[in-house]
Design a protein around this ligand. Structure first.
Ligand SMILES: NC(=O)c1ccc[n+]([C@@H]2O[C@H](COP(=O)([O-])OP(=O)(O)OC[C@H]3O[C@@H](n4cnc5c(N)ncnc54)[C@H](O)[C@@H]3O)[C@@H](O)[C@H]2O)c1
Length: 242
């Protein structure tokens, strides 16, 4: 990580902020792209990094964040496409606006971030991308459009990897279980009362570091409290043939 340049979307809070701090401690240069300007600027000042205000649901904001990174540090080594939100509706309280708002950040934001970073990564001939999915992207969840978006990210990482390998670019997905971040704060007590364990955000940040450095691509990693990060075997379903 020493000297490596990492762009982190949603880096102003929770898992993204823990990753920013960890990479700074390891001697890396960090760029935080987030729509929370106050928290993003404060963290960038704390770690001597760069903050770029960005709404990942806007393709131009993603391009701007990537360009600002390359302008500031001359290159881009790692990209952590981490910004995400809980679902805003289900089937019984469905509205198009709430559904689109969830997918706009959780899926569109990652697709636009991926697209934006490919220009410098291809030019350099190397780069490592970590996509923040969730355990809800592997099994179902009552938060069904959140789960839908995270399943899509698992498919995105697995499907994009072969196309990017020739350019020296790796892409992998992380699927954390419950993590003790502000996003889960309203449910912390209820989850603990059910006997569920919440991971420390820095433990997830350590997994992000390991996955970015791993030589594999197209892999999906689970990250759970008290357990080592582990690759989920892909299910191969051969196409029917004569
Ligand atoms: N906390 C968990 O238990 C958990 C579990 C599995 C996966 N995840 C995933 O990890 C990621 C980070 O979650 P967290 O728990 O750290 O949440 P968090 O709420 O603490 O942090 C999310 C950050 O993303 C930013 N953000 C949200 N929408 C944005 C947008 N449209 N544009 C730019 N920035 C935006 C927020 O401002 C915030 O700084 C998310 O993708 C989440 O789905 C979290």
């Amino acid at each position: 990580m020493t000297g490596a340049v990492t762009l982190i979307t949603g880096g102003a809070s929770g898992i993204g902020a823990a990753t920013a701090r960890r990479f700074h401690r390891a001697g890396g240069r960090v760029v935080i792209a987030d729509r929370d300007t106050a928290a993003g600027e404060a963290l960038a000042t704390e770690i001597g990094g760069l903050f770029v205000p960005a709404d990942v649901g806007d393709p131009e904001d993603n391009t701007h964040a990537v360009n600002a990174t390359v302008e500031a540090f001359g290159r881009l080594d790692n990209v952590v496409l981490n910004a995400g939100v809980p679902g805003r509706c289900g089937l019984h309280d469905f509205t198009v606006e709430a559904y689109r708002d969830t997918l706009r950040t959780n899926l569109d934001g990652v697709v636009y971030g991926l697209h934006a970073c490919l220009t410098p990564l291809r030019r350099q001939g190397h780069g490592s991308i970590a996509v923040m999915a969730s355990i809800a992207g592997l099994s179902g969840s009552p938060d069904l459009f959140y789960a839908t978006s995270k399943h899509a990210l698992v498919g995105l990482a697995r499907s994009a990897a072969p196309a990017l390998a020739a350019a020296g670019i790796r892409i992998n997905a992380l699927c954390p279980g419950l993590v003790d971040t502000p996003a889960l704060a309203p449910h912390r007590r209820a989850l603990r009362d059910r006997g569920l364990r919440l991971a420390d955000p820095d433990a997830v940040a350590a997994a992000v570091e390991a996955v970015l450095a791993d030589p594999g691509t197209g892999q999906v990693w689970t990250v759970q409290a008290g357990q080592p990060a582990a690759v989920v075997p892909a299910t191969e379903v051969p196409l029917a043939a004569d």
